[in-house]
Design a protein around this ligand. Sequence first.
Ligand code: GLN
Length: 545
Amino acid sequence: MAKKRETKYIFVTGGVLSSLGKGIAAASIATLLKNAGLKVSILKADPYINVDPGTMSPLEHGEVFVTDDGAETDLDLGHYERFLDESLSQNNNFTTGRVYSSVIEKERRGDYLGKTIQVIPHIVNEIVERIKKAGEGNDVLIVEIGGTVGDIEGLPFLEAIRAMRVELDKHHTMNVHLTLVPYIKAAGELKTKPTQHSVGELRRIGITPDMIICRSEMPLNRELKDKIAASCGVEKNCVIESYDSASIYQIPLLFLKQDILTPISEVLNLGELKVDMSNWDRLVKRVIAPTKEVKIAFVGKYVDLKESYKSLTEGLIHAGANLDTKVDIKWCDSERIDSENVEDTLKDVDGILVAGGFGSRGVDGKMQAIKFARERKIPYLGICLGMQLCVIEFARNVLGLKDANSIEFNENCKDPVIYLIDTFIDTNGKKQIRTYQSPLGGTMRLGAYDCNVKENSLLSTVYNGAKKIKERHRHRYEANPKYREELEKQGLLVSGESNGLIEVVELKDHPFFLGVQFHPEFTSRLTSPNPAILGFIDASLKHAR
Ligand code: GLN
């Protein structure tokens, strides 16, 4: 039997304020360690009370990221996957709400044998167990603690990492603290005081940082770094700067330049760590200074809140980097597009992208954009709702089914070309019940499913001739098979199927028109861009020429 790996843990906390890029810092360290040949995984522990982010509005919390196993997770997990090029699972993200619900469940079951259940030890132990579970089978687990040190709700998580430091042998845990070093314009100076206070707060609860990562607008000089080392009690080579960069993908390289792996290896006793980031470096150069450019219309209803499309905008960057192309996004608010202005809005773009979404707001504008792409033969990629809407648009304007709709928008429409996922009408008009049980319950179809690819289709070309692909889902509704024959007869072909469900549609006689029920963006990584997005950008480039 193979020797069980002894997992070592790097805990990443954040101080001073939120949005400093803790997730990126954690993912960057993970990337470097993986590149050094270690088996690395990463976990986000979120102190908020929601059981998972699945029900949170994108306006509140940015995108909901979906894993292969159908977990609806924090968007930081997306960064982890994109950096680490590994698929994570529901074990890689948990919240206070999940911790409490499982402790309460155990209490109801009598597992605690009549004991009084308390934050210490029961909640903290549950957190520790979950951290260890995520670490199983890895050399190193990076654990990012959400929120900012000093938040009341974060205390049990910090207590858990304090307790793990005590419990585990020497060289098995490392504390990395990310803080802000603000630049005060009037004084013309970078200030270290917030960092000192934040570290003071950490020490007060019994946590000593081994490394400080300083987020700042500009590079720190040696003197300032030494001052932070002295005032915070860390080694000089353990003060790492993370200044504003043109691309988040530069951060691992910035860390590497500061030789971050040497102190990490010293603290965790990992031996000599050699990395080769040359491929990464090559791609980053193409992110920052590509030689070509395409303009893509991104049609959505959250254009003021781009965080809610994070994976997709990153997916466009990955495709661009791999094609040495800058993807210039023209954000188009779907609520503002109508038949009058659609031409003006979209006449200067090389490709049109309609992203996923829920609810009827902005749907008409999206269909105007789709009609424009279809008729003017502009490369089109429709994702999830963007696929469903191209079926509706085609049914209305080509098949002449004026009342075609999704029952999401009109439950009683005459032609429900998009139908509810767990109550299908089969081709005989009989009701058929199929229920998708996501691992976390609920009625959404979540996570990765196989999709059979039709030979000689655009989908097949895009996926390099693959017969079967696997992509992730997050939706309730499906294209109704009752209309399939008629749609195909008129030129909207079904090129991808999953267990009889219509997964992909594409237009005959169009340079690139693809509607996918899945979310290709969830599997796109810098080093392996998603084929559907890559194909779309490639087609848009050709269109531009
Ligand atoms: N609202 C649609 C559905 O539930 C599409 C969802 C999406 O785009 N993610 O099926």
